[in-house]
Every structure is written in C-alpha cells, then in structure tokens.
Ligand binder design. Structure first.
Ligand SMILES: O=C(O)CCC(=O)C(=O)O
Length: 190
C-alpha cells in the first residue's frame, strides 16, 4: 500500500502494531529553521567518513557529526535538544547530524541499531535546509510504504518498535534544490 504525501500540520504516517511514525510540520518557523541551519553549517565539526564495503573503503555520501548532551555542543544544538525533549517528553541525550551537500548525497535504507538506543525510546529527526524525500518501507509482509517530503523546520518521530519493522532512507534526488541537514535526537543506552 502506498500511503502518499500529506498536507496537515501533524500526520500519523504509521500507527499500528508495528509502531508509530508522526510528522510535525512547522516545529520550527521557516525563519528559525534557516537561522539554525546556517549556525550549524558553520559551527558543527563535520566529518567526511569512509566505511568498509566488502573489500574496499568508500566515501559515506554525506557529512556527519555526533554530540552527547552537555559535552561541547554548539549553542543552537543545546537549545534544540531542550525543546525537543520538552515537546516529546523523552530524555534525549545524543544528537547525530547529517549534511547532504546536494542531491547526490543520500543515506541507504536502514533501521537504527536498537542495541545503542534505550529500550522503548523514540528517535526524533529535525529537518533543515532543502526539502528531501524520505522513503519508509516495511521489512516484511504485509507491505507498507510511505514517502514523506521532509520540509525545513519539520520534526519526524519514529517509535522504537518501527526500527524493528521498517527501514527508512533518503535516496539521491535530481530535484534537490540545495543542501539539507537532519538533526537526529536519540536516547543512548550507555
Ligand atoms: O537525514 C535523515 O532524515 C535520515 C537520517 C538517518 O536515517 C540517520 O541518521 O540514521
């Protein structure tokens, strides 16, 4: 089943025995989203990682960074962390960032490693910069699929259970208008 694209401010994209995925448009205003995007582009220590793929090393097709709560976080991240904790009432203590420089940058379909996330806690994903499409697909039957255009200032929340049952990814895009960033809030178990 194709669940399609959405127009309302808060949409439940998935809400069943396999978990819940909620999309909140306008969590940050357009102006605030742009200011935070520019501050984080400039202040985050971006890494260009390489990973082993079979017998050779390949570039990770995006820039990344990770921070733990209260350890050298650039100021806008600390304020965002507080706001997202309050909004979702979850004790987020780690922030991962992805910077997609253009439409050639991507992340392959995957789920988050649940052994690194506190049991039952959600994952929240704030989007900044250009809009990019996220694909969400069940791993097993009955098949479900959703494509969500992640707009700047939006917050996508995925419950713990969805990481068992769904893969999510950001495919390459010919349409991407410019760089896009995701700020991913997690509750790390250690
Ligand atoms: O950039 C995104 O919206 C997705 C990021 C993601 O899936 C991840 O960091 O694991």
């Amino acid at each position: 089943m194709q669940l399609g694209l959405f127009a309302d401010a808060v949409q439940r994209i998935v809400d069943d025995e396999r978990g819940s995925i909620v999309y909140r448009r306008g969590f940050l205003s357009q102006g605030a989203a742009q200011r935070v995007f520019e501050a984080l582009v400039a202040r985050v220590e971006w890494q260009h990682e390489r990973r082993w793929m079979y017998d050779r090393q390949v570039d990770v097709p995006r820039l990344t960074a990770t921070y733990r709560a209260d350890r050298n976080m650039p100021p806008p991240l600390g304020r965002l962390l507080t706001r997202v904790r309050e909004e979702l009432r979850a004790p987020f203590n780690a922030v991962g960032l992805n910077l997609y420089r253009d439409g050639n940058d991507s992340v392959a379909p995957h789920n988050d490693h649940l052994n690194e996330i506190a049991l039952g806690e959600p994952i929240a994903l704030l989007s900044l910069g250009a809009t990019r499409r996220m694909t969400i697909r069940t791993k097993a039957r009955p098949r479900r699929a959703a494509d969500v255009d992640l707009e700047p200032g939006s917050l996508l929340t995925m419950s713990y259970a969805t990481q068992l049952h769904y893969d999510h990814g950001i495919p390459k895009s010919h349409l991407a208008a410019g760089p896009r960033m995701s700020v991913v809030f997690r509750v790390r178990s250690e």
